[in-house]
Design a protein around this ligand. Sequence first.
Ligand code: SF4
Ligand code: SF4
Ligand code: SF4
Length: 302
Amino acid sequence: MRLAIISLSSCLGCQMVFLSLEDYLLSLMSENSVSFAPFIVDQKKLTEVDIVLVEGTVRNGEDFRKAKEAREKAEQLIALGTCACHGGVQGLANMFSEKKLMRRRFGDGASFEGAPQGVMRLYPLDSYVRVDAYLPGCPTPRELLKSFLEFALSGTLPSRQGASVCAECQVSGIPLPQPGPRRTTDAIPVAGKCLLEQGYICMGPLTRDGCGAKCPSELGVPCSGCRGPSDAVLMYPTQDPKLESVRRLVRATERNARDVLGAISDPAHTFYKYCLAEPILRRRRPAGTSPYLYRLGEREER
Ligand code: SF4
Ligand code: SF4
Ligand code: SF4
């Protein structure tokens, strides 16, 4: 197989996960041809490949050109990371105009002459080019990427409907009501108990599974939603991340919705941190998202 990895506008975190595959990466490179990967292959131009992993979002014309080129030269195009799949944290830029963003970053006196022109609004990668498979995560979990590559390089892209992080979470219930809504800076959560039921803002019920519920199960902190929205959130308008989270927090704390919302100072960063570029657009598509969404253990289940 011929493989390539390219970055659009991104923090390069997902590409770092690819590099961190270490021994597997060496065996992958000995059995397959990695023709374009900026950190490991000294190759200036993308050539024709079987699989290209695309990280990041389209933020300017150069990103768009690169995304189109990747689509033209690859048999299969994989959206790598939540930025490519759903807009990710970069989608939060949709709250501001480009002018305001530049001034926030570089200050009032800065000159923007000759700067590349940005997009008016950020969208997921599949708004620009056809995507064959999605591998969300910020960054994509290492084991998940490795397992996905093993599968994809054997010639088939896995397919599966996604569940939520709660389906993988290893915590138990707690008597209600509890104080909240609260964050881990307000009080230390009780280990092994559901964080949402303790009144913490946990996005697990609305987030795609596949990470093994690492944050609530292993680290004892709420899920912030980095794997992006679950299928239910992407496809059903009633599953809005803010409305659904508030509804669940109302149940856990027995406070009314107005009080719960009033206690959350930044709803956009809290409920749409990884998917602000996503919801309205996706719900307009009758077919919803692609069936190709992968989680660890897929191979065994088939
Ligand atoms: S998904 Fe997260 S880790 Fe990956 S490029 Fe985007 S911001 Fe970076
Ligand atoms: S801690 Fe979060 S992810 Fe785990 S079951 Fe509770 S709501 Fe779901
Ligand atoms: S638990 Fe949530 S925030 Fe943590 S890795 Fe999984 S999806 Fe990301």
